[in-house]
Design a protein around this ligand. Structure first.
Ligand code: 26W
Length: 797
């Protein structure tokens, strides 16, 4: 497609789709016009792939997730459809700013963090591989809250991303599914009829997910909840206006907002209703599609693989058994067998507070038949395994992790260490009973968004050096190793990184009014705020470093910018205090005449996918400092490595595998191992001892305690200092000294910019395995037993 063809297509949509004259068009209008012009080309490929899938009796993969952290879609579509030249050329001819138009698009923030973003990377990789697949999620009217700071404090605001027209979805009113809750059950022998007392409708909205080079396209189907009966006119006419709108408002609640908690289950009724709404609609749609092609449900596991993204859709087990047994009349044990052979479950966290449980009363009232089926599934599992203690329904609660495990033929962890810890901790007994059920599928990230699209300077250099095949065969990056000692290449690599840092410095100056030196170390920690991720360890090291510079301001310190980003769950007070402390520290340090030229702290608000795409290409140092054994995998760590940042980190999650890939000498390791953490935790007073042994740590804590960063409220961070001194469950104090040591090694290494860049080249060169294409191929062979459809381009039809 040429720039002028694209220009014509844009002008066509501006006039005939948006009804806007070029003379009066706003950025929004141009963005929508460009989106529709690009979308037209995507739809053809999407339809061709869908027809191909229906034509072939290939197995389909269904990815069920309560979260899809998509971000922006326009640039992703342009890059994957190779339309960048056409788009930039067309906008040039129209005297429009490409970047301004791209940045006008709101993020589709339909997720909290790692789990949601992984689902989005997986969707793009499945399309790039040409695997017939569908994602099922919820079309939240409000995504993850918008974060802004008021006097350093996190303030949450609704993220009503749908207040504007969304160019990348197609409404599917014909796909409307009745969903019930509550009511009663009438048992007939083994089977039963369920008579829900509350009904609403799940209506589908489809978004095309196009792969690299537009070779294949899959569908992301998002459910919107709608009332069974709309507006109550009779009540309205009686002047009961609010009551008239109530049924509608109530029904819409289910897809109104994403639950912002990431790692702490709240056990709220609405959450369980959301989970059942999502899962029941998705299973109904899957069975309808299956029965439109096949007439024997025993074939289901051969033609469909359903992946459950953490426990949030784990009600899928009993719901699928209910459909097969109660509705389709399949024998109960056979129904459980077929369901188990079709379902597989991914665990993303070992944190006890994140493992969902539902009270038996609540489950029994909301889903009476499912409660019965859960008990029968437990009973069957006991008979199958001869055990008595391992029930999903236990001590008055339904344990969704256990239910997910019992009802899946495969259960996977998301990094090697995590998968081993699953076997030795939360799923120990179940693993002993089913030794071949747990497998590992180490996470990955899509190189299209997280290198090609977000870092054109580096990806351009890579393509100029080794060709372009790396984009969908990322292990080709290893060819860069041969260039690690080629000073021209190393200089070009450094130049690309520096140019990205200059861009980011300008953006920080414009938006945060803080000036940062692009030749300082860009040290970045961006992720959800959580004690196990230990942003407070980073803050303590920053304070100790600041104090040392103040002691000796004329020494030749290696300048550094500490960049933080991340949202705290609104009810997670401790995490919100960590956010505020970081902002208070920035205020003091950035205006400190003694130190500010050597040390700056910045905390851009509202960290999301788009901000990650802006920050990661400019990073020198990636902070992956979680308490060993707590971060299941991490995926930010992979994005930083891919973009030539060096990692300072613990032996936790996928850090272990990243370090093995890039080489121990190219990774700044520190801290206790997971086993050492568990040992140390047995020793009482471990924090106090660490503080006693390291005066730097004591001094930094004292600075916080004394109110240096909160002069108008000295006791503001009392809970942080007291927790660290007396509890410190996440071993911040015990790992501090070694973290300090590693950070000083970073300073020393950065002084030799050539050598640093050579190490960065090796990190990027050895990051190929971190592609989500590799991860998906693992799921395809170990769990789904599914094959890609395409040999070659569907467009060829
Ligand atoms: C019920 C509340 C709730 C909500 C979300 C509990 C747990 C979650 C997610 C499982 C949390 C999450 O995002 N986990 C992250 O998943 C990533 C993808 O596998 C991993 O890389 C991260 O290590 C893990 O923390």
């Amino acid at each position: 497609m040429t720039p002028s063809e694209m220009k014509d297509a844009i002008l066509h949509h501006l006039v005939y789709t948006l009804g806007k004259d070029a003379a009066t068009a706003h950025v929004y209008d141009w963005r929508m016009a460009l989106s529709f012009a690009v979308r037209d080309r995507i739809v053809d490929r999407w339809f061709a792939a869908t027809r191909r899938t229906y034509g072939s009796n290939l197995k389909r993969v269904y990815y069920l997730s309560l979260e899809f952290l998509i971000g922006r879609l326009l640039k992703d579509a342009i890059v994957n459809m190779r339309l960048e030249e056409a788009a930039t050329g067309a906008l040039k001819e129209l005297a429009l700013d490409y970047r301004e138009i791209l940045e006008d698009e709101p993020d589709a923030a339909l997720g909290n963090g790692g789990l949601g973003r992984l689902a989005a990377c997986f969707m793009e990789s499945m399309s790039t591989i040409g695997l017939p697949a569908m994602g099922y999620g919820i079309r939240y009217e409000n995504g993850l809250f918008r974060q802004r700071f008021e006097d350093g404090r996190q303030i949450e605001e609704p993220e009503d991303w749908l207040s504007q027209r969304h160019a990348w979805e197609f409404e599917r009113p014909e796909v409307s599914i009745d969903i019930g809750f509550g009511g009663h059950v009438q048992e007939i022998g083994s089977r039963a009829n369920w008579y829900p007392s509350e009904m609403l409708i799940a209506m589908a909205h489809d978004t095309p997910v196009i792969g690299w080079k537009g070779r294949w396209g899959n569908t992301l189907r998002l459910w919107e909840s709608r009332p069974m009966h709309g507006f109550d006119l009779a009540r309205f006419n009686r002047g009961e206006y609010a009551a008239a709108a109530e049924p509608e408002a109530l029904a819409r609640t289910l897809s109104r907002v994403l639950y912002p908690d990431d790692h702490t289950e709240q056990g709220k009724e609405l959450r369980l209703k959301q989970e059942f709404f999502h899962t029941a609609a998705s299973l109904r749609d899957i069975i309808r599609r299956f029965e439109s092609e096949y007439d024997d449900l025993k074939l289901l596991p051969k033609k469909a693989a359903i992946q459950i993204n953490d426990t949030h859709p784990a009600i899928a087990g009993p719901e699928l058994v209910r459909i097969l047994h109660d509705e389709r009349g399949m024998d109960f044990e056979e129904a459980v067998g077929i369901a188990r052979a079709t379902l597989s479950y991914t665990n993303h966290t070992l944190l006890p507070e994140a493992l969902e449980t539902w009270g038996e009363a609540r489950m029994g009232r909301l889903l009476p038949r499912h409660m019965q089926l859960i008990d029968r599934i437990d009973d069957l599992h006991r008979r199958e395994t001869g055990t008595h203690s391992l029930n999903a329904h236990q001590d008055g609660k339904v344990h969704m992790g256990t239910l997910g495990f019992i009802m899946a033929h495969k259960v996977n962890g998301v990094a090697a260490l995590h998968t081993e810890l699953m076997k030795s901790t939360v799923f120990k007994e179940l693993h002993e009973l089913h030794p071949d059920r747990i497998v590992n599928e180490t996470n990955g990230v899509t190189p299209r968004r997280w290198l090609l699209s977000c870092n054109p300077r580096l990806s351009g250099l890579i393509t100029d050096t080794i060709g372009e095949d790396w984009v969908d065969d990322l292990e080709q990056l290893e060819k860069l190793e041969a260039h690690a000692d080629d000073s021209a290449f190393v200089d070009a690599f450094l130049a690309a990184k520096r140019a990205n840092k200059v861009d980011l410095s300008q953006w920080i100056a414009e938006t945060l009014k803080v000036s940062v030196d692009p030749d300082s170390i860009f040290d970045i920690q961006v992720k959800r705020i959580h004690e196990y991720k230990r942003q407070h360890l980073n803050l303590l090291e920053t304070i100790a470093h600041w104090q040392e510079i103040r002691d000796n301001p004329n020494a030749d310190w290696v300048p550094r910018v500490k960049i933080f980003g991340g949202k705290a769950f609104p009810n997670y007070i401790y995490a919100k205090e960590m956010v505020r402390l970081a902002n208070d520290m920035a205020t003091v340090m950035n205006s400190d005449p003694l130190t500010s030229r050597y040390l700056k702290v910045v905390f851009p608000p509202n960290y999301n996918v788009s901000l990650a795409e802006r920050l990661i290409p400019a990073a020198d140092l990636s902070e992956q400092i979680s308490t060993a054994g707590k971060e299941a995998s991490g995926t930010g760590n992979m994005k930083f490595t891919l973009n030539g940042a060096l990692t300072i980190g613990t032996l936790d999650g996928a850090n272990v595998e990243i370090r093995d890939l890039v080489g121990a000498e190219n990774f700044f390791l520190f801290g206790m191992t997971a086993a050492e953490v568990m040992e140390r935790r047995k020793e009482g007073g471990h924090a106090a001892r660490a503080i006693a042994e390291d005066p730097r740590l004591g001094r930094a804590l004292e600075a916080i305690r004394s109110g240096i960063f909160s002069p108008d409220e000295p006791g503001r961070y009392h809970s942080i200092t007291e927790n660290l001194t007396h509890h410190d469950y996440f071993m911040v104090c015990s790992d501090f000294t070694d973290y300090w040591r590693a950070q000083r090694e970073v300073d020393a290494a950065f002084t030799d910019r050539k050598q640093w860049t050579r190490t960065a080249v090796l990190n990027t060169a050895r990051a190929g395995w971190l592609s989500s294409d590799r991860t998906i191929r693992g799921y395809m062979s170990d769990i789904w037993h599914a094959e890609p459809a395409t040999e070659g381009d569907v467009a060829a039809g």
